[in-house]
Design a protein around this ligand. Structure first.
Ligand code: NCD
Ligand code: ZN
Ligand code: ZN
Length: 393
């Protein structure tokens, strides 16, 4: 087979270390086939799926159930987070070698997983293998509250970051005390990045993630998007958005927090509408475009979307285009410009907050472990062709 790549650029397949594929339990929003197809169409060849499904991925049986689902449906490579509860401390540690990481929700979000008391947090932090990441949703109840759909007031702007700080500070302190590896999901404010930077300087083994949502959208977009812009943590002020770019050095990974909800669900009254937006299909196009526009070096994007996630989560055979790694490859036409539309979105929910955004860089072909899986907007991959990840840690 001859691959025609004249004028195209070669990128490593992206690793999205933060997706919610809703399978099992809410497969009307997404399932492992639609989710991984959306990933493939977006140049993402590896995903790590979050545990807030129904049932949550919080026991051996539930993990096995999810593994069987993915084995039958996935078209990209996949791994799982194990969900922490108040009581599953020993079970989590026993299953650590079968998952990419633990996820611990310090604030409530979609689903029922939540651990807020000091004692179970401390026990998880000290019992789960110290070199294997615990990813925390470090937002407490206050910071997740939305203060009305009419946009933010001064009160809104100052309160959430302050309370987010408290959950984050607790997580950092316990990680320092236990000597464990900690990964902060979806950081959104300058203050969080300052705290993480300070902790890194002190030797705390912490890494952090930012989402394309918070890099490219802010509270003004929230007003424009209404419920469709509702997400945990919320879209922040312009100044916090700018800080994410200014503190880019502190950011280790970019993960999408792909959290599909149907249009019907989003169209409910604000308080009822669930939080979350799609993202897995638009991450690479948006970041590649940002590099094309000169906002950021492409190599800095690859670091955060491929190299660092592979290192942090100990993914064997993954991590950039190197000798000895899987041939997860994306071919992209850097000159072709197009508009992102809802119609292109392959997630079951069929919408993106980035509809209407023009980007330069059109994906041509995507290879997963050397096999052409997606070419010119057509799927070649069979359900079940995705493989479970193997871990070094
Ligand atoms: C996520 C979801 O819907 O699963 N929602 C969100 O707003 N980010 C859960 C989460 O990551 O908190
Ligand atoms: Zn979260
Ligand atoms: Zn999430």
């Amino acid at each position: 087979q001859i691959i025609e790549a004249n004028g195209l650029m070669v990128l490593p397949g992206f690793i999205d270390s933060h997706v919610h594929f809703r399978d099992p339990g809410s497969t009307y929003k997404e399932d492992f086939l639609s989710g991984t197809q959306a990933a493939l169409a977006g140049g993402v060849t590896t995903i790590l799926d979050m545990p807030n499904t129904q049932p949550p991925t919080d026991s051996r049986a539930h993990l096995q159930e999810k593994m069987a689902i993915a084995a039958a449906k996935a078209v990209v490579d996949y791994g799982f987070y194990f969900g922490a509860t108040d009581t599953n401390i020993e079970e989590a540690a026993a299953l650590a070698d079968q998952v990419a990481a633990m996820k611990l929700y310090m604030g409530s979000s979609t689903g029922s997983l939540l651990v807020t008391e000091f004692s179970p947090i401390y026990r998880h932090f000290s019992t789960f293998p110290l070199d294997k990441p615990i990813a925390v949703h470090a937002e407490d109840e206050q910071s997740l509250k939305y203060f009305g759909s009419q946009g933010s007031t001064e009160h809104n702007r100052t309160r959430p970051p302050l309370s987010a700080q408290i959950a984050l500070s607790r997580a950092l302190a316990i990680a320092e005390k236990t000597g464990r590896v900690l990964h902060i999901a979806h950081t959104t404010t300058q203050r969080e990045l300052e705290l993480i930077q300070e902790a890194k300087h002190k030797g705390v083994r912490v890494t952090c993630e930012v989402t394309p949502l918070h890099l490219f959208l802010n509270e003004e977009d929230q007003r424009r998007l209404g419920n469709f812009g509702k997400v945990n943590p919320p879209l922040r002020s312009k100044s916090d958005q700018a800080a994410l770019w200014r503190y880019f050095d502190v950011i280790d990974t970019i993960g999408t927090d792909h959290a599909p909800h149907t249009k019907e669900e989003k169209n409910q009254p604000y308080e009822k509408a669930p939080s979350g937006m799609t993202g897995v299909q638009t991450m690479l196009p948006l970041l590649f475009n940002a590099a094309q526009e000169g906002r950021v070096e492409l190599s800095e994007i690859i670091k955060r979307c491929v190299v660092n996630p592979a290192r942090i989560f100990g993914l064997k055979n993954k991590g950039a285009l190197e000798v000895g790694k899987d041939a997860d490859i994306v071919l992209i036409d850097p000159r072709q410009e197009y508009e992102i539309t809802n119609e292109q979105i392959l997630s079951k929910c069929g919408w993106t907050p980035f509809a209407g955004t023009r980007v330069r860089g059109k994906l041509r072909q995507v290879f997963v472990r050397g096999t052409l899986a997606f070419a010119h907007d057509t799927y070649l991959a069979q359900p079940g062709s995705g493989a479970p990840l193997q871990y070094k840690i």
